[in-house]
Design a protein around this ligand. Structure first.
Ligand code: DSN
Length: 422
């Protein structure tokens, strides 16, 4: 049966079909990407996209909210239960706005924030120089140890004492080890700073109890909903009761207008999915797969930042392999293996052409891949590195990668059925 999209807009239907085929026919190793379930996809594409709901449940600026109020309350309650938080705001459009919302709630423009440097694994919005977060606030940054690739808490404490930030950010986008949020909380307390923790990458591991939660140690916890957590593209803030009003005001009307109710509805569904034994099993397998992939890469002589991984993510320092990150990422893409080039700590090369490659296992785990497949993927990566300028070798890996993908289907897409998805 033809879908409405296929009938009305064949051009966009065809492009969407091609993207669906690309997503199912390639090995997705970008650690911030995943595949949502059909239920999340349906909620995201529902009639809730038609509704404006500025405000919060019971306090809206438009009528017709008796259903949206109930949906938002369900999403809030599920988030609070899942993360054991006093308060949840599920309206941020994404992680960047959520981070800005956390800062706006707690400090004033011109105050000082201290986050992990982008080139060491922090996010743009943790105060990196091109982000507005370094223009609205004074920004001072902490690195990881160049020797170990790990957070050095003595150094972070010294920097905090020297720079006296008003707010310290824990959390990262490219850090392969467990983060001790308790120590961050202690350092923040010692210097009289607020502690904001950004768990966008590891939220799914936190709810599954695999990574320690920052909720007891942070004033505000910020997250996206679409990475390891496997929901729609969105953001959320969790906080102590004492900060609830400030957080809500910072998000709306401080930074945003109406929440994207279709996304918020899909977040509610994703929260229900995350509160299941199946989700815990998935999250455990994400880490097992990352460890298996890392171990195999080490056997092939790859240098991994920090020597391995505790979570869903691996950061490869390619300098000993004499292949630049961007060149490798592009060759891997031709071989149906999708990654992203990334800086590594102490990288002499710029972020636009860095020395590293960032990979992760959430998406392959959602497809059902386990340790043998993770090892096979490490072998593919090694073959591409060894044959970086050999297009026929790259093509051969692409064929084998497609075969592997064909054995592990992706969740069915409700617009493009899987049988049209090739
Ligand atoms: N772009 C995200 C990531 O890939 O880690 C962070 O916002």
């Amino acid at each position: 049966m033809e879908t409405a999209l296929e009938q009305y807009d064949p051009q966009i239907y065809e492009l969407t079909r091609q993207e669906a085929a690309r997503q199912s026919g390639s090995i997705r190793l970008i650690p911030s990407e995943n595949y949502v379930s059909k239920a999340v996809m349906q909620a995201s594409g529902s009639c809730l996209t038609n509704k404006y709901a500025e405000g919060y449940p019971g306090r809206r600026y438009y009528e017709g909210q008796h259903v949206t109020d109930l949906i938002e309350k369900v999403a809030q309650e599920r988030a609070k239960k899942l993360f054991k938080a006093d308060h949840a705001n599920v309206q941020p459009y994404s992680g960047s706005v959520a981070n800005l919302g956390a800062y706006a709630a707690l400090i004033e423009p011109g105050d000082t924030i201290m986050g992990m440097s982008l080139v060491d694994g922090g996010h743009l919005t943790h105060g990196w120089k091109v982000s507005v977060t370094s223009k609205f606030y004074k920004s001072t940054q902490y690195p990881v140890s160049p020797e170990t690739g790990r957070l050095d808490f003595d150094h972070i404490r010294d920097l905090a004492k020297k720079n006296r930030p008003n707010l310290i950010i824990s959390g990262a986008t490219a850090y392969p080890r467990e983060i001790d949020f308790e120590i961050f909380g202690q350092i923040a307390e010692e210097v009289g700073a607020y502690h904001v923790s950004d768990i966008a990458h590891i939220a799914g591991l936190v709810v599954a109890g695999i990574h320690k939660s920052p909720v007891p140690y942070a004033d505000v916890v910020s997250s996206t909903t679409h990475k390891t957590l496997r929901g729609p593209r969105g953001g959320m803030l969790l906080c102590r009761a004492e900060h609830a009003e400030r957080v809500d005001k910072a998000v709306f009307p401080g930074l945003q207008g109406g929440p994207h109710m279709h996304t918020l509805t899909a977040i509610a569904v994703a929260m229900a999915e995350a509160d299941t034994p199946e989700f815990v099993a998935y999250a455990k397998q994400v880490v097992k797969n990352a460890k298996a992939l890392a171990t195999k890469l080490l056997e092939y002589g790859f240098n991994l930042v920090s020597g391995g991984t505790d979570n869903h993510l691996i950061l490869i320092d390619l300098r000993n392999k004499n292949v630049p990150g961007r060149k490798l990422a592009k060759a891997l893409d031709r071989a149906r293996i999708v990654t992203n080039y990334n800086t590594v700590p102490g990288d002499p090369a710029p972020p636009s052409n860095p020395s590293g490659l960032r990979i992760g296992t959430p998406a392959i785990t959602t497809r059902g891949m386990k340790e043998p497949e993770a090892e096979q993927i490490a072998t593919f990566i090694n073959r591409i590195v060894d044959n970086i300028d050999n297009e026929s070798a790259i093509e051969q890996v692409a064929k084998e990668a497609l075969l592997l993908c064909s054995q592990f289907t992706v969740p069915e897409h409700f617009i493009i059925p899987n049988n049209k998805n090739r």
